[in-house]
Design a protein around this ligand. Structure first.
Ligand SMILES: [Zn+2]
Ligand SMILES: [Zn+2]
Length: 336
């Protein structure tokens, strides 16, 4: 009997607290079935923290989720994006077109700007990183071709009206939310803290399920930045986390500790691979670090994560690389 086609979810809205709603929006990604937008009452409208990805039918899911809690996109006064990934920023354009809302975003959103304004250059940049990392040319060319012309999940480029940086505040009926910069997952990542109610809009920095992802190639040391950002959140007084994916959760310290432990485990594994197999390309190291085969689904995620671990070992004086740019071959990594 053939496996039943995966049933796509619908947008769903639910009240978390009076004046605070979770809008759960479906995603087309395997293993990441949905993302969250959070609506918070603010005067005669709402502030929308994140807004979901743009794809066919996606705005209908947002409207449906809002309708279930008696809200409408027209009520959005501010779109506040925790970071410039498509599932958090993609529908900013349509929401703003409908409502006239203002957009708030961290200034380091360059990767998204490039992806939207010059998708071929953005793809070319990824291909170059892959070749330097030792990905063989043929599967890479096929991958590149199959992804050509595919959208980036963003309806249109929207420039922020306001920069989301340390010290900036957003006022709502639930009180004032304070911005804390938390780069690592993405260079543009921030969290928003509401101290009296001890709430945290955490984006993808802290998720209910411990799952690492880092943008590679846009900042000096994403893993180091992520670890420092965990320290930032650890200092905040938080009772309830509203994360970019999955349900709300309360055990903040447990999640911070679990993220630190997983980073340490992967760094140790990367170091062990260099010790045993170095010099080795990042591409060859991936299955050894993660203990699984590279597939089309995990390839780019795992490769950028492995590159970020290697880079962190390099920055902290534990690894070196040779080859790469200006030479014939890919970069090879070994222990320092
Ligand atoms: Zn993200
Ligand atoms: Zn996300």
């Amino acid at each position: 009997m053939p496996a039943p086609a995966r049933r796509r979810e619908l947008g769903r809205g639910e009240r978390v607290l009076p004046g605070l709603w979770r809008l759960r929006l479906p995603l087309p990604w395997p293993g990441v079935p949905h993302c969250n937008a959070w609506a918070v009452a603010a005067g005669d409208g709402v502030v929308l923290f994140d807004c979901g990805m743009d794809e066919p039918g996606s705005f209908g899911h947002l409207e449906r989720a809002m309708d279930q809690v008696n809200l409408r996109p027209e009520l959005v006064r501010h779109v506040v994006c925790t970071h410039a990934h498509s599932d958090h920023y993609g529908q900013a354009g349509p929401v703003i077109d409908r409502s006239g809302a203002q957009l708030w975003l961290h200034p380091d959103w360059g990767p998204m700007r490039l992806a939207v304004t010059d998708p071929d250059q953005a793809t070319g940049r990824r291909v170059e990183i892959a070749l330097t990392s030792g990905v063989p040319e043929e599967p890479l060319r096929a991958y590149h071709e199959s992804h050509k012309g595919m959208g980036w999940g963003v309806a249109r480029l929207v420039e922020p009206d306001h920069d989301l940086v340390n010290g900036v505040t957003i006022d709502t009926d639930l009180g004032t939310w304070y911005v804390h910069e938390t780069p690592g997952h993405a260079p543009s990542h921030v969290v928003l803290h509401q101290p009296e109610r001890r709430l945290l809009v955490s984006g993808d920095h802290l998720l209910g399920r411990v799952s690492l992802y880092f943008d590679y190639g846009w900042s000096p040391d994403p893993v180091g930045e992520f670890l420092r950002s965990l320290d930032v959140v650890e200092r905040l007084d938080v009772r309830l986390v509203l994360s970019g994916h999955g349900r709300t959760f309360t055990d903040v310290q447990g999640h911070i500790d679990a993220n630190r432990a997983l980073v340490q485990e992967r760094l140790d594994a990367t170091e062990a691979v260099l010790r045993e197999h170095g010099p080795i390309t990042a591409f060859a190291a991936v299955p050894l670090v993660f203990g699984g085969d590279i597939t089309a689904a995990n390839a780019s995620w795992w490769l950028s994560e492995a590159l970020c671990f290697l880079r962190h070992l390099e920055v902290t004086g534990r690894a070196v690389r040779e080859g790469g740019a200006g030479t014939d071959g890919p970069e090879a990594w070994s222990l320092a």
